[in-house]
Design a binder for this molecule. Structure first.
Ligand code: SF4
Length: 315
């Protein structure tokens, strides 16, 4: 397996910096990652890489992240800032957050400086901070990463995540509290989660809890991701699909690419057209760029003016 048979260890570490620029396609923004490594142990994870061999087994909480963030914002030279993504390379509401509360304290700092932000998560632990988000609902939104409603599939492909029913209960509380929410069906995995019925079951659940935005994308492959996906195909007893993967991703074993490789256009169009149809027939918006644009407009109306913020208020 791609993770050990023991629970991950959780350790503290001290960081020198926390705010980073990121660029994905045409989208640029700021991001913070309060943790290193991830308890959710998703086999398809893009954030794992050579520099992080213990990604699934050793979780580091950047214990001084809120203080570093405050100090970086106090030194910020511009008068405004792009919306901040929490987080790009781990789940900020994974299990370690229950112990350390680093993400919560970072969010309090961002709010004190009136900086718009959005959170990507698969976790129901975020419910603990519902009031924080409710009181800041015009300047933030949540993106819930949901890949499946099938618990048997979920336990194999992302064994450390909470049950989907539990996550949808949490989503409903956020929607009912007036917090903007998107569900990101990502990645859609060929021969495991890409069928029309599978996609429809996720979109149905989204509709039931009042989600207004849904996005999605097809799995991209990289050498280490392929090693794990192949293991997953074997666990599901569908190793015959390896040849289909070779066709869809245009490779022959061994797969050695160090960069993420997309599936072919025909496959992507087929899967995403189906998702878009499911979404539009339910009057839901595909994608969440509209939410990012709203936040970007909000930030233009703000200046980073409250630089006397005291971190001790939050501890
Ligand atoms: S939750 Fe995200 S960062 Fe964590 S293992 Fe899964 S895909 Fe990777």
């Amino acid at each position: 397996m791609w993770y050990s048979d023991r629970a991950p260890t959780i350790e503290r570490k001290y960081s020198k910096s926390i705010l980073r620029y990121f660029k994905v396609g045409s989208h640029i923004g700021m991001t913070i990652n309060p943790y290193q490594g991830c308890h959710h142990r998703c086999g398809y994870c893009y954030a794992t890489y050579k520099w992080s061999p213990d990604f699934y087994d050793k979780i580091y909480g950047k214990i001084n992240a809120p203080e570093i963030l405050e100090s970086e914002l106090n030194r910020w030279k511009d008068t405004s800032m792009l919306p901040v993504m929490i987080s790009s390379a781990t789940d900020a509401y994974q299990f370690a957050e229950a112990k350390f509360g680093i993400t919560k304290r970072c969010i309090q700092v961002l709010q004190q400086f009136q900086i718009p932000f959005y959170v990507f998560t698969k976790s129901s632990l975020i419910e603990r901070d519902l009031n924080l988000f409710r009181n800041y609902s015009s300047n933030c939104f949540i993106v819930w990463s949901i890949t499946t409603t099938d618990e048997k599939i979920k336990r194999i492909i992302e064994p450390g995540t909470p049950p989907t029913t539990r996550v949808f209960e949490t989503i409903m509380k956020f929607v009912d509290s007036g917090i903007k929410c998107c569900v990101n069906i990502d990645p859609i995995i060929p021969f495991i989660t890409d069928s029309e019925e599978h996609i429809a079951s996720i979109v149905d659940k989204c509709q039931q809890v009042g989600i207004r935005y849904i996005s999605g994308s097809v799995l991209r492959l990289r050498h280490d991701i392929w090693v794990r996906i192949r293991e997953i195909l074997e666990l599901f007893g569908i190793s015959w699909t390896i040849e289909e993967y070779e066709r869809i991703y245009g490779f022959q074993e061994p797969f050695m690419h160090d960069n993420n490789q997309s599936a072919n256009k025909t496959y992507i169009d087929k899967v995403l057209d189906n998702l878009k149809d499911e979404v539009s027939t339910r009057n839901i918006v595909f994608g969440f760029s509209e939410l990012i644009e709203q936040l970007t407009k909000v930030k233009q109306e703000y200046t980073i003016s409250s630089k006397q913020c005291r971190i001790s208020e939050f501890v």
